[in-house]
Write a protein that binds this ligand. Structure first.
Ligand code: DAH
Length: 374
C-alpha cells in the first residue's frame, strides 16, 4: 500500500502532490490540503500496520515460513560410555546385571568381607536410611536385622549375581552409587560405577588384565597404556589397582623429545633424572616410570605440565583383584572349585576422561548448554 500510493517515483498520491505546482491557485487551495491530509493519514496507517506485522505490537503468523526444527534429546555422556561398554562386554559373553540402589548393609558391606568394625568402611562415607530393612522383604532373618544404605558401590551386585545365576558367571554391573562426599570439581555424592566379574575354573589375574586391555583399548584407543600396582580391597585377594596413561597430555608426551617410542619401552625406561622435574626425588620418578611396558606413555616428563595427572603420566583407574574366598562363599560358590576376578571403576570419571570434562558437577547439572555438546 505504501509503495502503491506513497512510492517516491510513481505512488498515486505522490504524483498528485507533485502536480500541485502546475495547478491554478484555486485548484491548489482545494486539492492541496486534502491531498496532504490523505498522505499523513496513509502514512500513519502504514506505520501502524508495519509495527504490528514486525511483531512489536502483536504476533505474526506467516504460514509460508519453514517450521522450527523440533528439539531432539541428547544422550548423556555417561550413557554414551555405558552403552559402548555394555555392547563390548556382551560381545565377550558378559551379561548385564542390575541391583537395587537402596541396599542392605549385608550386601553392601558384610557379604563383601567388610564387617561393621572393618576400617575399609571408613573409605566410603555412607548414607544410612532411617528405615530398617526388616520393613522390606529381604533374604533372611539375619539380613532383616540390618540397616539399609544407599549403596556406596556396585560391588554388592557381585553377591546378588552369584545367588541368582550361579557359576560359571560373567557379568558387568553398571549402576549409580551414593556417598556422603563434600562436592567439588572431582567429587559428587551421586555417580556411576561399573563392576565386572568373571567366575569359572582357574580364573587368574591374566584373564583380568587381558579383558581390561580389550575394553580400555576399545574405549580409549589402541595407544592407551596400562599399569598394574598392588592394592588392597577386603573383597579381593590379591588386590590390584590399575592405572591408565593420562589422556589429556598423552599427545604432548608422544611428541616430546624425551619420548622414545613404544618399542624402547619394552625395556625398563631409565629413570628421568636432573633438574626441573616436578617430582623432585629420584625414587618417585623411578616408581612412576618403571612399570610402563605397555603401549605409550609412562615416563615422567618435566616438559609436560598437565593439570590432570600433574605430569606423572598416569591416572588411577580402577580397583580389581581375584575374588576373596569369603565373597565367593557369601554368594554360595565353592572357592575350592571356582575362582574369579572382579573389578570396579568410576564410569562417571571414565566419561570425564573420554570427553575431557573438567568438573564432575556438570554431569548432573541438567545444563543444556553442556549436554548439547554430546
Ligand atoms: N567397590 C570398589 C570401590 O567402590 C571398587 C572395586 C575395587 C571393585 C576392587 C571391585 C574390586 O570389584 O575387585 O571403591
Amino acid at each position: 500500500m505504501r509503495a502503491k500510493y506513497l512510492g517516491r517515483s510513481d505512488g498515486a498520491l505522490t504524483l498528485v502532490l507533485r502536480k500541485l505546482g502546475s495547478l491554478t491557485l484555486d485548484e491548489r487551495k482545494k486539492i492541496g490540503p486534502v491531498a496532504q491530509a490523505l498522505k499523513e493519514k496513509l502514512e500513519q496507517l502504514c506505520d501502524a500496520q508495519e509495527t504490528q506485522l514486525l511483531g512489536l505490537g502483536g504476533s505474526v503468523v506467516d504460514a509460508t515460513l519453514p517450521s522450527l526444527a523440533p528439539e531432539t534429546g541428547h544422550l548423556h555422556p555417561v550413557t554414551l560410555v555405558r552403552w559402548q561398554l555394555e555392547d563390548l562386554f556382551t560381545r565377550m559373553g558378559f551379561v548385564i546385571v542390575d541391583g537395587p540402589e537402596v541396599e542392605s548393609e549385608w550386601y553392601n558391606f558384610d557379604a563383601l568381607n567388610m564387617p561393621s568394625w572393618h576400617p575399609a568402611r571408613d573409605m566410603q562415607d555412607t548414607f544410612y536410611t532411617e528405615v530398617q530393612s526388616s520393613k522390606f522383604k529381604v533374604q533372611s532373618d539375619e539380613v532383616a536385622a540390618q540397616r539399609l544404605v544407599l549403596r556406596t558401590q556396585t560391588s554388592p551386585v557381585q553377591i546378588r549375581a552369584m545367588e541368582k545365576y550361579g557359576v560359571p558367571l560373567r557379568c558387568i554391573v553398571p549402576g549409580r552409587v551414593y556417598r556422603n562426599e563434600a562436592t567439588d570439581a572431582r567429587h559428587e555424592n551421586t555417580f556411576w560405577q561399573i563392576e565386572g566379574l568373571m567366575i569359572d575354573r582357574d580364573i587368574s589375574l591374566a584373564h583380568l588384565i587381558s579383558i581390561s586391555k580389550i575394553f580400555l583399548r576399545d574405549l580409549l584407543g589402541e595407544r592407551i597404556g596400562i599399569r598394574v600396582r598392588p592394592g588392597y580391597f577386603p573383597f579381593t585377594e590379591p588386590s590390584i589397582e590399575m592405572d591408565i596413561t593420562c589422556q589429556l597430555c598423552a599427545d604432548q608426551r608422544r611428541s616430546s623429545s624425551r619420548f622414545a617410542g613404544p618399542k624402547s619401552q619394552t625395556r625398563l625406561p631409565k629413570p628421568v633424572t636432573g633438574n626441573g622435574n616436578i617430582h623432585g626425588d629420584k625414587d618417585a620418578q623411578f616408581m612412576y616410570g618403571v612399570f610402563s611396558k605397555d603401549g605409550y606413555g609412562g615416563q615422567v616428563n618435566a616438559d609436560v605440565k598437565c593439570p590432570v595427572c600433574k605430569g606423572m603420566g598416569w591416572l588411577e583407574f580402577m580397583g580389581a583383584g581375584l575374588m576373596h574366598p569369603f565373597v565367593l562363599k557369601s554368594g554360595g560358590v565353592d572357592p575350592k572349585k571356582y575362582s574369579g576376578f572382579a573389578f570396579g571403576f568410576g564410569l562417571t570419571r571414565l566419561a570425564m576422561m573420554k570427553y575431557g570434562i573438567g568438573d564432575i558437577r556438570m554431569m548432573m547439572s541438567g545444563n543444556l548448554r553442556f549436554l548439547e555438546q554430546f
